[in-house]
Design a protein around this ligand. Structure first.
Ligand code: ATP
Length: 846
């Protein structure tokens, strides 16, 4: 049993503004526990926190300041917990702090860079690496992912459900057995044999979490998420199984309702979250008080699920995430206070060992039988029933292997059953007699011959023995060569089947637009490890499924999506990651090729060594020289070269494996970002289609079309906008989606323009109500309009006196129409493209 208080750590999120410095200080005297001092700014000191004090000090196991990397966090916080989980103890790491303080960043990681991987992916990587190293134990790993929102549990890993809202996911409920053990009904457990499988599960859960979230219910902020790694291990042949669980918990934002000033649905959520965090606090207070008999775990789902982690059988660690800015001082102090209480809780972790009942029964049955047999010997009570055929057969097999065993110390173990012992003696006697009779007839003549000869001289005897030895060597070498040839043939078969399967993959995986050169195809020379692309297909189909993304978008919609994508703030990240990914792929490709080269080199060296060896043997045979016991110099050189190449191969292979993990992770990040983008685009598109329909009688232009939603950073960033200000309206125009039909093409003469540019909007086509069709119609009209505009501008440039713009482009004109149907073909009030393209003639346009 290991007794330990809950370990508390603090992590300070990097602040954006410089003036926030001086709000806190960290005292890390090596001998003392590190101290975090939060200094109240003067204007806040007489505010709501405490008007008497100027600073607050809190002790932590370790404090990670703004610059701490994800790697440092993993090494210092998560790795020790993962190690105890591998040793068979339960572990929990939970992040607590206000919204936006970095809980998700710490637990799961950031979505931008590979180096931003959080505790979950790093822990999975570490655990699988350790399990792979330990071949003496049989391990199984399962994953579960639970989200608790408004006191309801949801299974984030249920593959049967198409989750578009949290309520679509299976509800998880709590059951308690008579021993007060908690069971989660409906929470699926998924076996993960490799790191990759486990990461895919994390990706699935995060995707479900993201998809289920809407701007109205930012569940990620308001829900608790528990990612659990379940480990079981067993020594071969042993009936004892060890179970350990590692909970990695991302709690909801801990801010107080009063400050957030929420109402309605949000208030209900806040109440629940705060209620569940309030119950968590109550449990923690109860645990930190000595002699408290009752701990109110049952009050909330979260405390019930984490019961063991809080004051129970678990090694628990808390990370207090702090966003130490002036406006967050009170929340930061309350997070630290909470942590100080948590630090008082003592846990008692025990090894969770269980006997596998099936193996136990077999073992006990065997033991009983042995004891019975032993007893029979002592009591003289003999068992009289005959041995079964199976038993006899087994005994004879035992005798054969006993006789074949060259080890003089080997023993024939048949237990204490006298019937078996007797049978063994009979059988051995029979074998001996048979051999004697057979031996007499075949050996007698040889003996006779030898009898009449003189005994062999010592020298001759030695010579014969050497020849015999050489023959043996020869046979061994030839057998090895045969084995090698066989293996080569098998490898060739394997390679060709791998090539075939790779071919199949690359044929069946259409790369989504924007994935240049089919990033996911790998060089055929790269080893199998990085060729397995099945998961990519899985993720890509997931992407489509989860976002409701149409694999076949209309051209207009596709083009709109392209622009939306281009202007989205995340596109920079996606592009960066794409570049890194490309780089990693070429690294992997080059490495794969070097590995293959090294492998062939190793093969060649081995062949050379064998040939050299054979030459030596042949030389020995032909010249009747005994084989030298030491290998010759050339052979030694070849061997050392072989060792070098093997080392190189191993190093490159390890590097390739690491690259593979990085590539996988980058792909997950990109898929996630793409999914987010697609989701936002779909939402924007639907909103547009809806508002078009709502406004349809009055709408006669597309000027109401909202600009693509942008991130706050994007909106703030005026210095380098993707569309400069003068271009804002141009941005509102949907892109021209389809080729212009022949009927719409005109000569650029004023006469034909007269007839081609309608005086009024091209048509009065009502929308159909089907968003896909409507989007196509709108896109078509836009395209036409954009062509007409371009032509008009050309004409304006070429023939400045051509006259006023066609009335179709003048909003007043179109607005004055009172057709009930939607007037299609009218542009925005004044296409900015005009004013930009022909600045010298504004008067003419208006
Ligand atoms: N240590 C850090 N380094 C860099 N960026 C960080 C760090 N911590 C947080 N961030 C960034 O701050 C933002 C908010 O972080 P995060 O989503 O992890 O907060 P949170 O506490 O989980 O919020 P919520 O309660 O809403 O889930 C994210 O964009 C994240 O990438």
């Amino acid at each position: 049993m290991v007794k330990q208080t809950i370990q508390i750590f603090a992590r300070v999120k990097p602040t954006v503004r410089k003036q926030q410095q001086g709000i806190y200080s960290i005292d890390e005297d090596e001998k003392l526990t590190p101290n975090l001092e939060i200094i109240l700014p003067r204007d806040l000191a007489d505010g709501f926190v405490n008007n008497k004090r100027e600073s607050y000090k809190f002790k932590f196991q370790k404090i990670f300041d703004q610059g701490a990397s994800q790697e440092t966090i993993f090494e210092n916080i998560a790795k020790p917990v993962a190690e105890s989980v591998l040793a068979g103890y339960n572990g929990t790491i939970f992040a607590y702090g206000q919204t936006g303080s970095g809980k998700t960043f710490t637990i799961t990681g950031g979505a931008e860079r590979y180096s931003d991987r959080g505790i979950i992916p790093r822990t999975l990587s570490y655990i699988f690496e350790q399990l792979q190293k330990d071949s003496s134990t049989i391990h199984t790993t399962h994953i579960s992912y639970l989200e608790i929102y408004n006191e309801c549990g949801y299974d984030l890993l249920d593959p049967r459900h198409e989750a578009s809202s949290l309520e679509d996911l299976p509800k998880v409920t709590i059951l308690e057995d008579p021993d007060q053990n908690i069971h989660l009904k409906n929470l699926s457990l998924h076996q993960a044999a490799t790191e990759e499988e486990a990461l895919n599960l994390l990706f699935l859960g995060d995707t479900n979490r993201m998809i289920a979230e809407t701007p109205m219910n930012q569940a990620s902020t308001r829900s608790h998420c528990i990612f659990t790694i379940h480990l079981s291990s067993k020594e071969p042949g042993s009936a004892t199984v060890r179970h350990a669980k590692l909970h990695l918990v991302d709690l909801a934002g801990s801010e107080r309702v009063a400050k957030t000033g929420v109402g309605g649905q949000l208030l209900t959520e806040a109440k629940y979250i705060n209620l569940s965090l309030h119950y968590l606090e109550q449990v923690i207070i109860a645990l930190s008080e000595k002699h408290r008999a009752h701990i109110p775990y049952r009050n909330s789902m979260m405390t019930s699920v984490l019961r063991d982690s809080l004051g129970g059988n678990c090694m628990t660690t808390m990370i207090a995430t702090l966003s130490l800015e002036k406006r967050n001082i009170d929340e930061s102090i309350s997070t630290c206070r909470f942590a100080q209480r948590v630090a008082l809780i003592k846990n008692e972790a025990v090894l969770n060992e269980e006997i596998d009942p099936r193996l136990m029964i077999i073992r006990l049955q065997k033991e009983i039988q042995e004891l019975k047999d032993e007893l029979a010997i002592f009591t003289g009570e003999q068992r009289t029933e005959a041995l079964s055929d199976a038993e006899l057969l087994q005994l004879e097999k035992l005798i054969t292997s006993f006789l074949d065993d060259q080890d003089p110390e080997s023993r024939l173990e048949v237990g204490t059953d006298m019937r078996k012992i007797h049978h063994c003696f009979h059988h051995l006697k029979k074998l001996l007699n048979d051999k004697k009779i057979h031996g007499k007839s075949t050996v007698s003549c040889e003996i006779k011959d030898q009898d009449c000869q003189e005994p062999l001289k010592e020298e001759e005897y030695k010579k014969l023995r050497d020849i015999l030895q050489q023959r043996d060597n020869e046979i061994n070498i030839l057998v090895n060569m045969l084995k090698k040839e066989k293996k080569k043939a098998q490898d060739a078969l394997h390679l060709s089947s791998m090539d075939r399967s790779e071919c199949r993959h690359s044929q069946s995986l259409p790369f989504p637009p924007g994935n240049p050169e089919g990033l996911r195809t790998l060089p055929s020379s790269a080893p199998k490890q990085i060729q397995d692309v099945s998961t990519f297909g899985y993720r890509s189909s997931l992407l489509h499924r989860k976002t409701g993304m149409r694999e076949e978008m209309s051209l207009g919609r596709q083009e709109a999506f392209e622009i939306f994508k281009r202007d989205h703030a995340d596109s920079v990240t996606i592009e960066d990651n794409k570049q890194i990914l490309k780089q990693r792929f070429s690294e992997a490709k080059a490495l794969g090729e070097s590995i293959n080269e090294t492998r062939s080199k190793i093969g060649r060296l081995k062949e050379e060594i064998t040939q050299r060896h054979m030459q030596q043997v042949a030389l020995g045979v032909s010249e009747n020289i005994a084989m030298p016991s030491m290998p010759d110099l050339l052979e030694e050189k070849l061997r050392s070269q072989l060792e070098e190449e093997k080392k190189r191969y191993k190093t490159m292979f390890t590097h390739l494996k690491a690259l593979k993990v990085e590539i996988e992770h980058l792909q997950l990040l990109m898929d996630k970002a793409k999914m987010k983008l697609q989701k936002e685009f779909e939402a924007w598109w639907t909103e547009e289609a809806t508002s078009l329909q709502v406004n349809s009688p009055a709408v006669n232009s597309l000027s109401h079309v909202k600009p693509f939603p942008q991130t706050p950073e994007f909106q703030q960033e005026t210095s380098q906008p993707l569309f400069n200000k003068s271009n804002v309206n141009a941005r509102k125009i949907l892109p021209s989606p389809s080729p212009i039909p022949h009927s719409q093409e005109h000569n650029s003469t004023s006469a034909s323009l007269e007839s081609s540019v309608p005086e009024r909007p091209a048509s009065s086509v009502p929308l159909t109500g089907d968003s896909q069709t409507d989007s196509d119609i709108l896109a078509f009209i836009k395209a036409r309009q954009s062509i007409l505009q371009k032509k008009w501008i050309c004409l304006e440039k070429n023939m400045p006196g051509i006259g006023a713009a066609p009335s179709a482009y003048i909003p007043e004109h179109t607005e004055s129409r009172s057709e009930p149907s939607l007037q299609l073909g009218a542009g925005p009030s004044r296409p900015e493209a005009w004013s930009r393209a022909s600045p010298s003639s504004p008067g003419q346009i208006s």
